[in-house]
Design a binder for this molecule. Structure first.
Ligand code: 13P
Length: 253
């Protein structure tokens, strides 16, 4: 059985004050929840505060990005070991905003995945097609190219047991457009099939999250799909009420 996960990607949002308020509300509600895993992804500068506030709670945390180097002269970058030092369990890798705005290639993204695994972090490996690509019926082609570096390497494939995949159609991110539950299921099933072709056991245990304008009013129908194992939430993860509403849609708490 896969335990669903609801992860909040705060992107470049939050202050010391807003984090205190948001996490106090989450901690108050998420006390005995065991049927869903909740995680937050603050900007780097808030990780120390998040670690302090969440240590010992049921909410995990991670970073939104990492560099492939361990240490040294890489101004402005943060390594996997630094993230471990701040108690991170997870790290987002290959978010579409990193791919599009910071020109991160499929190759670099896979390298980040590998580096995260090697450091003992669990990567949430993000993939997704643009509107143009979907219109041209290239969705599977784009997603399989994004996954190629993982599926084609025995070592990377085996490490999927410590990773999560997030399917985030670019056209659904921050737009208010959401993939229908059937559209999401179709893609998630395909991703699981690609993994199962190589290793059925890993495919069965692999959590595949959906991301893109998930709100408390559409989460339940998305998460009800057999291959949708929770969500990666942007905008709605910044308000406790909205985020908790999404968590509740796949939990009995
Ligand atoms: P929104 O939920 O704001 O569409 O963002 C999704 C996302 O990019 C999460 O990583």
């Amino acid at each position: 059985m896969r335990k669903p996960m609801v992860a909040g990607n705060w992107k470049m949002n939050g202050t010391k004050q807003s984090v205190g308020e948001l996490l106090a509300a989450l901690k108050e509600q998420i006390t005995h929840v065991s049927d869903v895993e909740v995680a937050v992804f603050p900007p780097y500068v808030l990780l120390g505060q998040v670690e302090q506030l969440l240590a010992g709670s049921l909410v995990s945390w991670g970073a939104q990005n990492l560099d492939i180097h361990t240490e040294g002269a890489y101004t402005g970058e943060i390594s996997a070991h630094m993230l471990k030092d701040f108690g991170c369990t997870y790290v987002l890798v290959g978010h579409s905003e990193r791919r599009a705005l910071y020109h991160e290639s499929n190759e670099l993204t896979v390298e980040k995945y590998r580096v995260a695994i090697a450091a003992g972090l669990s990567p949430i490996f993000c993939i997704g097609e643009t509107f143009e690509e979907r219109k041209k019926e290239k969705t599977y082609e784009v997603l399989s190219a994004q996954l190629l570096g993982i599926l084609s390497s025995q070592e990377n494939l085996a490490s999927l047991k410590n990773a999560v995949i997030a399917y985030e159609p670019v056209w659904a991110i921050g737009t208010g457009l959401t993939a229908s539950p059937e559209m999401a299921q179709d893609v998630h099933q395909k991703i699981r099939f690609w993994v199962a072709e190589r290793d059925k056991h890993i495919a069965d245990g692999l959590r595949i999250l959906y991301g893109g304008s998930v709100k408390s009013d559409n989460a339940k129908s998305l998460f009800a799909m057999p291959d949708v194992d929770g969500g990666l939430i942007g905008g709605a993860s910044l308000k406790a009420h909205d985020f908790l509403g999404i968590v509740k849609s796949c939990s009995s708490f």
